[in-house]
Write a protein that binds this ligand. Structure first.
Ligand code: GLA
Length: 343
């Protein structure tokens, strides 16, 4: 364990998911990148068993005693996420400091995933756990804090990012492979609308996938022929999205490795259509944004990113092709100040 009273500074990036949404919670594939928008946790260990943190995103601080026995009395929402991490870690030593963030909240870029990872590292998770173990701990904490049975995509992206690369993530065997982004590939994010996953039908989609799996077995290994045997039309559509999306992720990784941006973009747009029509997590505003990006010369493809129901769309484009939006860079995963944590 590190000595008490050390000054601690952690950065944890948000993520853009290039392709592979709503696949992680059935052990599927995704291709995210950690982006140059990040949460920074800056603080110091305290002997007094309390966590006290300010946030530049919320006037209300996170302030609670350790050990955390129940999350119920803890608020606001961000403080509950912090407390859930402390609870998962069984943390008893106090911590005080600040959280600052450049990841827009409610935009589908994993502001809360980055917060969880930043807090876990600041509280010392890296002293004894691997990056994978930290991601799983943060995922459990996220579910405890929000009640949403989300997958592990966001935490894995924040922890395993690599500059200049997307990360091919297999949520069954929990392996990651770095996929270089082609030179001249620009990823542009356009903000569309605010949403929260907790108030969305996300959990319903998770339940539908599990229901489909009781009919045809694990979706990660199901074929389109298996999917066609599901008699319930809604479950069939949900399963068809997952099975086809896993294949698009595989194909997109191959296309990017070959520097074929045209093909990668076509797959991204096909992913959006599947999320819109089969998974029904898009919105008219997201669809309009994707269409307008796809009508822009130099754009290879566009799609919503993350859970949907609002948030952002992304485009894979030639440099400078998209005027409105912000260009994101793929960066390294979360680290303590002064260099990468040894995990
Ligand atoms: C949210 C969840 C992730 C993942 C995406 C959709 O970001 O936190 O686990 O399911 O939605 O791909």
């Amino acid at each position: 364990m590190r000595p008490a009273l050390d000054r601690i500074r952690v950065r944890a990036p948000g993520r853009v998911n290039l392709i592979g949404d709503h696949t992680d919670y059935t052990g599927g594939l995704a291709l995210p990148l950690a982006i140059d928008r990040e949460v920074v946790v800056d603080g110091i260990d305290q002997e007094r068993p309390e966590v006290t943190l300010t946030s530049d995103q919320d006037p209300e601080p996170a302030s609670f005693s350790l050990p955390v026995c129940s999350l119920d009395p803890i608020g606001p929402v961000w403080a509950r996420r912090v407390a859930a991490i402390a609870a998962e870690m069984g943390r008893v030593r106090g911590f005080s400091g600040s959280v600052t963030s450049t990841v827009p909240i409610g935009a589908g870029l994993s502001s809360s995933g980055a917060l969880g990872v930043g807090i876990a590292l600041a509280l010392g998770a890296g002293d004894s756990l691997t990056r994978l173990e930290i991601a799983l701990l943060c995922q459990r904490a996220q579910e405890a804090a929000t009640g949403v049975p989300a997958g592990v995509l966001d935490e894995m992206a924040s922890l395993h990012g690599l500059a200049g690369h997307a990360i091919l993530l297999d949520c069954h065997d929990m392996t990651t492979e770095a996929v270089p982004l082609p030179v001249g590939a620009q990823i542009v994010v356009r903000y569309v609308s605010h949403r929260t996953v907790a108030s969305s039908p996300y959990s319903e989609r998770v339940a539908a996938c599990h229901e489909a799996e009781t009919r045809i077995g694990p979706l990660r290994s199901a074929s389109v022929e298996d999917v066609a045997t599901i008699d319930d039309p809604i479950l069939r559509k949900r399963a068809r999205h997952v099975v086809s999306e896993n294949q698009r992720v595989r194909d997109c990784a191959i296309a990017l490795r070959a520097g074929d941006m045209e093909e990668a973009g076509t797959l991204m747009t096909a992913s959006h259509i599947s999320l819109r029509d089969d998974y029904e997590v898009s919105t008219p505003e997201l669809d309009v944004a994707v269409e307008s990006l796809n009508d822009t010369p130099g754009v290879h493809g566009a799609r919503l990113t993350g859970a949907g129901f609002g948030g952002c769309v992304i485009a894979l484009a030639e440099p400078g092709a998209v005027g409105e939006g912000w260009v994101v860079e793929a960066v390294d995963g979360a680290e303590m100040a002064g260099g990468a944590i040894e995990l």
